[in-house]
Design a protein around this ligand. Structure first.
Ligand SMILES: C[S@@+](CC[C@H](N)C(=O)[O-])C[C@H]1O[C@@H](n2cnc3c(N)ncnc32)[C@H](O)[C@@H]1O
Length: 277
């Protein structure tokens, strides 16, 4: 069993290295998520695991601890509304600028992309949109997908999903159009979609200014894990990365109104999104 002292040691260590803020009622979560790793590492206690991780200069164990703690839950077209807003509002506006020669591409960043369902859903939305707009090509959209976890990035890049993942949010016609299978068990996303997404490791604690200006940023179902100060810090840096007319999407249960003055909340149909001021 993890002691309160050990919990606090590990909790502070986790927050320092990935920003995830765990309150005292998360003792059980830390214990359940780290027990297997503790045993695998041959450690007899959580403090031994912590000491071993501190001593590991390669940071391999630290990354494993972070991976065990993070929640990677994701699915296709999560919350639906962002994808409707892309089609009905933002892609329409931004591609008009492409067709008129005022810009050459749309740049989107998914900053906590997990196993790829979110960036690939954006890519499918664009290809569907393109069907009605001759002159627009897949190269007109550039999607950068980042995450702190090497494991989810590896799976995202692979683009292979089992039937359970495929059954979560993906319409049958899109499944048939954009995936291939040889055994009806594992489905591989088409190379046309894969080409549109670049996966890269990035911890949101790091400076991300070098990524270059973005038109749209998806920062969904991640801020909820961070402290108020860290949320404010990320939102400020995201605002600075967005183009003057850029937009931000959050998860359905997230709101940033109390954290920041940098954005104006917009509504379309039943969905919410934010425009940088
Ligand atoms: C719940 S998933 C959300 C996935 C997707 N955005 C969605 O809404 O379906 C949260 C992701 O955030 C990643 N994450 C956690 N801390 C992070 C950090 N400091 N920097 C970057 N990614 C982080 C996790 O590895 C995980 O894949």
């Amino acid at each position: 069993m993890i002691s309160l002292e050990e919990f606090r040691l590990i909790r502070d260590y986790i927050e320092k290295h990935c920003g995830i803020h765990l309150t005292d009622d998360k003792v059980y979560l830390v214990e359940t998520r780290l027990t297997t790793l503790m045993i695998e590492q041959g450690c007899k206690s959580f403090s031994e695991l912590y000491e071993k991780s501190i001593a590991d200069r390669t940071h391999t164990l630290r990354d494993k601890i972070i991976e065990a703690i993070t929640t990677n839950e994701t699915f296709w077209f999560r919350d639906m509304h962002p994808f409707g807003i892309l089609t009905e509002v933002l892609f329409k506006r931004l591609t008009e600028n492409i067709l008129s020669g005022r810009r050459n591409r749309i740049r989107i960043w998914c900053c906590a992309c997990s196993t790829g369902q979110e960036p690939y859903s954006i890519a499918m939305t664009f290809l569907e949109f393109m069907r009605q707009y001759p002159g627009i090509r897949p190269e007109h959209l550039e999607i950068l997908a980042t995450d702190i976890s090497s494991t989810v990035l590896f799976l995202g890049k692979l683009g292979r999903y089992d039937n359970l993942s495929m059954s979560r949010g993906l319409a049958e016609d899109l499944k048939n159009r954009y995936f291939e299978t040889t055994d009806n068990k594992i489905w591989t996303i088409s190379s046309d979609i894969k080409k549109m997404v670049t996966f890269k490791k990035l911890n949101l604690q790091e400076d991300f200014n070098h990524l270059g200006k973005k038109d749209i940023i998806f920062c969904r179902n991640i801020l909820i894990y961070f402290s108020m100060e860290f949320k404010q810090d990320i939102l400020r840096r995201i605002a600075a990365l967005l183009r003057p007319d850029g937009h931000l999407f959050l998860g359905a249960s997230e709101s940033i109104i109390m954290y920041t003055k940098e954005y104006e909340m917009l509504r379309h149909a039943m969905g919410l999104y934010y425009q940088v001021k």
